[in-house]
Design a protein around this ligand. Structure first.
Ligand code: ZN
Length: 299
C-alpha cells in the first residue's frame, strides 16, 4: 500500500513538472548598453554630448537597444531592464526606448555599467561594447577611462570592460550570453567568456576611428536574432566567475595618476604607474578600483 501511494505521488509530481516545462519560459533579462560599439559609431564626436554628431549617436544607440529588447521579448522574457552605461549614462532617450523596457538612466551609480543587476535575472546582454585599451583595429578602444587607465588586471589577466562587468554578473550567478560591438570586442568576448557566448559584430575597424559598417537595418536584425538565439539556449549558459581572493592591478597612463591613487588605503605601489590591491569580495574590489580611477587626474 505504501509503495502504491509513493508511486501515485511520483506520477502526480511528474505530470506537474511536465506541465511546468510546457509553459512559456518567464525570465528577466538585464542589458548593459555602452556606446562605442553601437552600429554606425566610429568617432568620439558621436559619443560626446555637445557635438553636432552626438544626436546621431544617441539615435543609433536606442535603435540597437530596442533591437535587443525585441529579441529578449520574442524569446519569452517577462521583464527587460536596460542600464545606460556610457559617460553621463543619459544617452538613451527614455521617450524612445522600447515601451516594454525599464530604463536605468544617469550617473554615478554604485555598480556603474552593471547597476540594477541581481540574482533575479536569468541572463545579461552587453550591447555596444568596445575592446580594451591598447587593442589594434578597434573602434575607440579603452578601459573604463581613456585618459586614466592603460590596463586593468585581475588575478594576472588583463580584462576589458566586458570581462570586469561579466564578473559582476557572475557574482550574482547571471551569465553574459551575448556581446555586440566591433569584431575586436567580439573576439575578446569569445576569448574571455568562451565559445558559447553569442557575438554580434556590427562593424570591422580599420584603426581606432574608421570601420566598415554592417548596414544599419541588417545589424539590428542580427542583434535581434542573436539575442533570440542566446536566450533560446540559456540552460547551458555558465556565469563568468573569477577566483577569490581577487588580485587587482591598475596600470595608469602616467605616474602622477598613481601618486593620487596611492592615497587610497590598502593599495600597494607596484611600479611608477601601477598600483595593486587584494579584495576578498569582487564587488568591494570593483568599487575600490573605480575610486582609484576617479581620484586620478586626467593626463
Ligand atoms: Zn562608453
Amino acid at each position: 500500500m505504501k509503495k502504491r501511494m509513493a508511486m501515485i505521488v511520483f506520477v502526480i509530481g511528474l505530470c506537474l513538472s511536465m506541465g511546468a516545462a510546457q509553459q512559456k519560459p518567464q525570465f528577466k533579462v538585464f542589458i548593459s548598453v555602452d556606446m562605442e560599439g553601437i552600429t554606425g559609431i566610429v568617432h568620439g564626436d558621436q559619443t560626446t554630448p555637445g557635438t553636432a554628431e552626438y544626436g546621431n549617436g544617441c539615435a543609433w544607440m536606442v535603435a540597437d537597444v530596442n533591437a535587443a529588447v525585441e529579441g529578449a521579448l520574442a524569446a519569452g522574457a517577462a521583464e527587460v531592464v536596460v542600464n545606460d552605461s556610457h559617460g553621463s549614462m543619459r544617452n538613451v532617450n527614455p521617450a524612445l526606448v522600447h515601451p516594454k523596457a525599464i530604463l536605468i538612466s544617469g550617473s554615478p551609480k554604485p555598480l556603474s555599467m552593471m547597476q540594477g543587476i541581481d540574482a533575479s535575472f536569468a541572463a545579461c546582454l552587453l550591447i555596444g561594447y568596445h575592446a580594451k585599451a591598447g587593442t589594434q583595429d578597434a573602434i575607440l578602444d579603452h578601459t573604463i577611462s581613456g585618459s586614466v587607465v592603460r590596463a586593468v588586471r585581475v588575478n594576472g589577466a588583463e580584462l576589458p570592460e566586458l570581462g570586469l562587468n561579466a564578473a559582476i554578473a557572475g557574482y550574482y550567478g547571471v551569465p553574459v550570453v551575448l556581446v555586440s560591438g566591433d569584431t575586436a570586442v567580439c573576439r575578446q568576448a569569445s576569448e574571455i567568456l568562451g565559445k558559447d557566448v553569442v557575438t554580434v559584430a556590427v562593424k570591422e575597424a580599420y584603426g581606432r576611428m574608421a570601420a566598415k559598417l554592417v548596414p544599419m537595418a541588417e545589424a539590428r536584425l542580427k542583434i535581434t536574432a542573436g539575442v533570440k538565439e542566446a536566450l533560446g539556449r540559456l540552460a547551458g549558459a555558465k556565469p563568468y566567475k573569477l577566483n577569490a581572493p581577487y588580485k587587482f592591478e591598475l596600470e595608469y597612463h602616467v605616474s602622477a595618476q598613481a601618486d593620487m591613487g596611492a592615497m587610497i588605503p590598502g593599495t600597494k605601489r607596484l611600479d611608477a604607474r601601477t598600483l595593486g590591491f587584494t579584495a576578498d569580495d569582487y564587488i568591494q574590489g570593483f568599487r575600490t578600483l573605480r575610486a582609484m580611477i576617479a581620484i586620478a587626474p586626467a593626463r
